[in-house]
Design a protein around this ligand. Structure first.
Ligand code: LMR
Length: 328
């Protein structure tokens, strides 16, 4: 099959949205796991592709594969090193096999909002993190935001004790595993695409994620309710293979990086709105959202905070202090 025929075939079979690539164009397959149009990452990836395909037509063609149609996050980085996919934006919790520097983002109650996350990432410490996997063949280009995470289960979660003994799906991160263990819960690392089914069949009792993912994946259908804990951050790194990226002509690379930067600034500025719309959409669809009293919230913070001490040495206390300064 020619690249164009392959693209067309995939469009038909997977619903992946991209213009057929032309002969002679450098093809960038961009694989991700969320939906393409109602999710901060999906919207950003679609916009990046649209702009590149319009502004760099004839030179570069971006094909976006949303909804885990090409790879799950646990395969995508290895596939990238093999040259089978050129771009991805896994959450920062998914890089542990390559670097531990992103552990800081998984510490519970580390950042009070996405503005603090943004400010920290734009600091010298945050920017240096993008290069932490060069030795392993991966380069971070930009951080993309989503939002704060909320907890849900098949029973009401109002106090941390309510989570005791329950099985929670987590992303594959030692910090998130420790966070659930701190609650006396049982963490189950699992691919994103499998979570809805696992909740539905009772393989796990609960999960933690953003409003946009809880809405996009319809978790509210198979959970008792979602508790507004805002206890953690879900954020992404747009990542490429060093060999692929350095192999591009300099002018092509510069233009791609310029478009990506503009898309990043535009979409990161819009995440709070996208998340708020997803929260409202859950309510409109009949989902239950529980807000916590200040006392209940403090109880969750106290239950989860001991996790920090376990990872402080690996992360570096100076990095934790630097990040905390942005909460002020
Ligand atoms: C998850 O696995 O829960 C998230 O990383 C999915 C995503 O990319 O938003």
């Amino acid at each position: 099959l020619t690249a164009a025929a392959t693209a067309l075939a995939l469009t038909v079979t997977t619903g992946a949205a991209f213009a057929a690539c032309e002969d002679g164009e450098t093809v960038i397959k961009f694989a991700h796991v969320t939906n393409a149009d109602k999710h901060p990452k999906g919207i950003a990836a679609s916009l990046f592709a649209e702009r590149v395909n319009a502004e760099m037509n004839g030179k570069v063609c971006v094909e976006v594969f949303p909804n885990s149609t090409l790879y799950d996050d646990d395969q995508v980085l290895e596939a990238m090193l093999q040259g089978d996919v050129q771009m991805a934006a896994p959450s920062l919790s998914k890089f542990e096999a390559f670097t531990k520097v992103f552990n800081i983002f998984d510490l519970p109650f580390m950042f009070k909002n996405m503005r603090a996350v943004d400010a920290f990432q734009n600091s010298e410490t945050g920017q240096a993190m993008k290069a932490s996997m060069e030795r392993r063949g991966l380069r971070g280009l930009e951080f993309w935001h989503s939002g704060l995470k909320q907890m849900s289960a098949n029973k009401p979660l109002l106090m941390p004790e309510d989570a005791k003994g329950l099985k929670f799906r987590v992303q594959p991160s030692d910090v998130l595993v420790a966070q659930m263990e701190a609650l006396g819960a049982s963490p189950q690392p699992m691919a994103f695409a499998e979570v809805y089914g696992a909740l539905q069949t009772g393989v796990v009792d609960g999960q933690e994620n953003t409003w946009s993912n809880s809405y996009g994946q319809k978790y509210y259908e198979v959970q008792d309710g979602i508790t507004e804990t805002n206890h953690g951050v879900l954020d992404y790194l747009v990542v490429v293979g060093v060999d692929f990226w350095d192999g591009l002509d300099a002018d092509v690379r510069t233009q791609l990086e310029t478009i990506l930067r503009e898309v990043t600034v535009e979409r990161n500025a819009a995440v709070e709105q996208v998340e708020a719309e997803a929260r409202q959409a859950i309510l409109d669809a009949g989902g239950t959202i529980r807000e916590l009293t200040p006392e209940q919230l403090t109880a969750w913070q106290e239950a989860m905070k001991p996790v920090w001490a376990k990872f402080a040495e690996g992360i570096g206390q100076e990095n934790i202090d630097a990040a905390q300064a942005f909460n002020a």
